[in-house]
Design a protein around this ligand. Structure first.
Ligand SMILES: Nc1ncnc2c1ncn2[C@@H]1O[C@H](COP(=O)(O)OP(=O)(O)OP(=O)(O)O)[C@@H](O)[C@H]1O
Length: 292
């Protein structure tokens, strides 16, 4: 099943290419002897902001981990920024940012914020960070509103702040494509609002974003396209779900349990061919200053 679509912006990469940033063809992935992803074909173009939705266990993380070369395809091809992701040597890793799920990445890390962010600059095969490392780290921390915590131990920060440190680590590379796995999970309203501001800035800069979400929450106005997975296959590729009223309010705590979110219900409805729930996307706007 091919899902080819033109670039929404006609934007080119620094080499002048209009090739898709992500191009997946007939992908299958097996884990533990079971087929987890099947018949996945999709293209993501420069500047798109794509939400990857679906119920628990539908294969969202597996797809993202395949896109960054952690999991090998059982069938099909995966190209990111023009490179075959399975041929590790040829992949431009420094142009790809990845933010893993927080719980698996920061537990027990005895390092300062600066050290963690700086580690994002160590590309494969490189022992030393680039010359402008300090400036990049500073810029990345400013982008996630953590410049004032630079020399604190990561373990002393709140969960939501630790998540923002991981985002800064990915942003220190100035990536052209950023993949994030459930960045909103368990994050309070203030940290979600900060995260949404960071993402709005990236979208304005034309960074291509693919983000795994259980609910779109404060990111709803930024999302240009939704992919919905069900049992390892794409069952919807197109219009994102409507913004849920109340998710743009600072006092909304966003701590819905997994499997019970509004967008997950919407994703399930799409999978079954049901109608969209009503909602007013026009209630939230992107303004030059961020979210309104
Ligand atoms: N290492 C593994 N071995 C066997 N099965 C696995 C492995 N990792 C994941 N799975 C299975 O693959 C399926 C997809 O898991 P995945 O984590 O990609 O789903 P998900 O959509 O990201 O779920 P969640 O929303 O709960 O994070 C699940 O059924 C899971 O149990």
């Amino acid at each position: 099943m091919s899902r080819t679509r033109p670039s929404p912006t006609g934007a080119t990469d620094p080499t002048g290419s209009t090739d898709p940033v992500v191009a997946v063809r007939d992908l299958a992935v097996d884990l533990g002897g079971s087929r987890i992803l099947r018949d996945i074909s999709l293209e993501v173009h420069r500047g798109e902001f794509v939400a990857l939705l679906g119920a628990n266990g539908s294969g969202k993380s597996t797809l993202v981990r395949t896109l960054i070369g952690v999991l090998p395809p059982a069938a099909g091809t995966v190209r990111v920024l023009g490179a075959d992701i399975t041929r590790r040597a040829g992949v431009p890793w420094q142009r790809i940012g990845y933010v893993p799920q927080r719980s698996t990445a920061t537990a027990g890390v005895p390092a300062t914020v600066v050290e963690v962010v700086r580690s994002g600059l160590l590309a494969a095969g490189m022992l030393r960070p680039p010359r402008d490392a300090d400036a990049r780290v500073r810029r990345a921390l400013e982008r996630v509103d953590l410049a004032d915590r630079a020399h604190r131990a990561v373990a002393e920060l709140s969960g939501g702040q630790q998540q923002r440190v991981l985002i800064a680590r990915a942003l220190a590379r100035d990536p052209e494509v950023l993949l994030l796995d459930e960045p909103l999970a368990g994050v309070d309203a203030a940290n979600q609002a900060s995260f949404a501001r960071t993402m709005a800035g990236l979208r304005e800069d034309g960074v291509t974003v693919l983000v795994v979400l259980h609910e779109t929450g404060p990111l709803a106005p930024l999302i240009s396209r939704a992919l919905v997975l069900r049992h390892g296959a794409i069952v919807h590729d197109g219009e994102p779900p409507p913004a849920a009223p109340g998710h743009d309010h600072d006092d909304h705590d966003h701590l819905h349990p997994h499997g019970d979110s509004r967008d997950e219900h919407w994703a399930e409805e799409r999978a079954h061919g049901g109608d969209r729930p009503t909602g007013d996307r026009s209630a939230i706007r992107i303004t030059p200053g961020g979210l309104a």
